[in-house]
Design a protein around this ligand. Structure first.
Ligand code: GLC
Length: 478
């Protein structure tokens, strides 16, 4: 039996700001239980939902030296869907009303968390064969592990994997300050280790010290070796390319299932979507005050509203696209500039655009279950999960060919009658609009082809089965 410990800063259903939480929440359930004992460790945030906080079982506490004094480390535990979760408690660090604050404060908090992840192991009596770290917040785990090796037998032989969900976020601050806070020897802060461009970089530390580095799609694994996607670390990604691989994410096929979804007014399947799915569209048009018309093509957008997601392209041609026979339904929050952009178009085209500037699980499922197409023109996209959810619901993704979008959406070929969606190559607003209009044309003029494509989309398998197997192989190899 191999023991694996996931370390991460967010995880569904406890705390979520992005796709990372979906992955950390669903992947551990999908390993072969006879061969792998996979557990997860998270910070115990005060801003977790009350219903979960109440369920945590207190195990013990101890003190750990960190940033100049002895710090309280409480350990809580919860078993959910057969997976054991540990929560690290320190009110000073995790008492805020949100998980992230930015700057040196986050570096101090997640440095503490990373050190605590290792320090609790002898106490919970779980010595993992592999610690699987996710994103910069756990970047110091492999570094502390290297440091701990010199202090005793216990930590020798524990392997680490660093999974990059988004290379844009690295955990960077002035070397001197970081060194003081995290308390690692000066030796670690050289340009071949934690230092990058004269600052300390926590993710870089993780990438340098992890035994294996993975990212969440094959294409992104290649892209990050180039300057545009490499975020300053493309040299390092090239240097580590022998240990770097891409494993595409999956989604939870029980949670995302149009046949059983509790939020849809009409459930449907690959057999009856032609008749049933459109009823959800009419229900949503009614709920959101859009023109009620089952025939009108509806395009969904569910996203963090940030530059990464390609909304500059949308802003540029939204007026033009709104001249067409289409409706847009947007759900999400983020940068004010994009929130206001969508609010503006909803105001200007009230029967065509619905801007829902909030997040709701229920509304997201209704959008996946109602729209005809789903727009995701990302500037870069390590994997992307929404396009997988869309495929599952027979809502055809329109994507830019980057990262995981390129690996999971097969563009329509009208001559060969293949494909599960639409895609365009260049980060260019008119190129995007060209593809949106092409999709409109197929939707209105070639409905049979469109429906065939929906069928193919719905029968694609992006559950975790295949990807979990690839992680298992990696664990075994280590
Ligand atoms: C980040 C990436 C997204 C990926 C997710 C989970 O949010 O931006 O592309 O799907 O992590 O790996």
């Amino acid at each position: 039996m191999k023991k694996i410990l996931f370390a991460a800063s967010e995880c569904v259903p406890f705390i979520k700001t992005g796709g990372l939480a979906d992955v950390v929440g669903s992947l551990p359930k999908n390993f072969n239980k006879k061969e792998f004992d996979v557990r997860v460790v998270l910070p115990k945030y005060a801003c977790m939902k009350q219903e979960w906080k109440e369920k945590l079982e207190y195990l013990t506490n101890f003190y750990m030296g960190y940033n100049g004094r002895e710090r309280y480390v409480g350990i809580f535990k919860l078993k959910l869907d057969g997976v054991i979760f540990y929560f690290i408690d320190n009110e000073e660090y995790f008492n805020g009303d949100k998980p992230y604050y930015g700057g040196l404060w986050d570096i101090e908090r997640y440095g503490y968390f990373s050190k605590a992840v290792l320090s609790i192991l002898p106490i919970i009596d779980f010595r993992p064969d592999v610690i699987h770290c996710h994103d910069w917040q756990t970047g110091l785990v492999p570094v502390y592990l290297d440091h701990f090796r010199f202090q005793g037998e216990y930590f020798r032989g524990i392997k680490t994997i660093m999974t990059i969900h988004n290379l844009k976020f690295q955990g960077v601050w002035g070397t001197k300050e970081v060194r003081e806070v995290v308390g690692l020897p000066e030796y670690y802060f050289s340009p071949d280790k934690l230092e990058a461009y004269h600052d300390a970089n926590l993710l870089k530390g993780g990438i340098v010290y992890a035994d294996k580095v993975t990212t969440v799609s094959n294409t992104y694994a290649d892209e990050i070796k180039t300057p545009f996607f490499g975020e300053g670390l493309d040299g390092l990604m090239n240097a580590r390319s022998n240990s770097l691989s891409g494993i595409v994410n999956g989604i939870d096929y029980d949670e995302y299932n149009p046949e059983t979804d509790i939020w849809l007014s009409h459930n449907y399947s690959v057999e009856n979507f032609r008749k049933e799915k459109v009823k959800n569209k009419v229900a949503l048009q009614t709920e959101l005050g859009l023109e009620k018309n089952p025939k009108k093509m509806m395009i969904g957008i569910i996203s963090r509203l940030t530059e990464q997601k390609g909304f500059d392209l949308v802003a540029h041609v939204m007026d033009e696209m709104c001249q067409d026979e289409v409706q847009f339904v947007i759900l999400g929050t983020g940068d004010e500039q994009y929130e206001n952009m969508f609010r503006h178009f909803a105001w200007k085209y009230p029967d065509k655009v619905s801007a829902n500037i909030y997040y709701s699980e229920a509304m997201s499922h209704k959008i996946y279950g109602s729209c005809d197409a789903f727009l995701m023109p990302s500037l870069f996209e390590p994997c992307g999960l929404s396009q997988l959810m869309s495929l599952r619901f027979g809502t055809l993704p329109i994507v830019r060919e980057t990262g995981g979008l390129k690996d999971t959406v097969q563009p329509y070929n009208e001559y060969e009658k293949t494909g599960t969606g639409f895609s365009f190559a260049n980060y260019n607003a008119h190129e995007m609009m060209g593809i949106v209009r092409y999709a409109e044309k197929i939707y209105y003029d070639k409905k049979r082809d469109w429906n065939k494509m929906v069928e193919r989309a719905m029968t694609k398998d992006f559950s975790w089965a295949t990807s979990a197997k690839q992680y298992e192989d990696l664990y075994k190899y280590l």
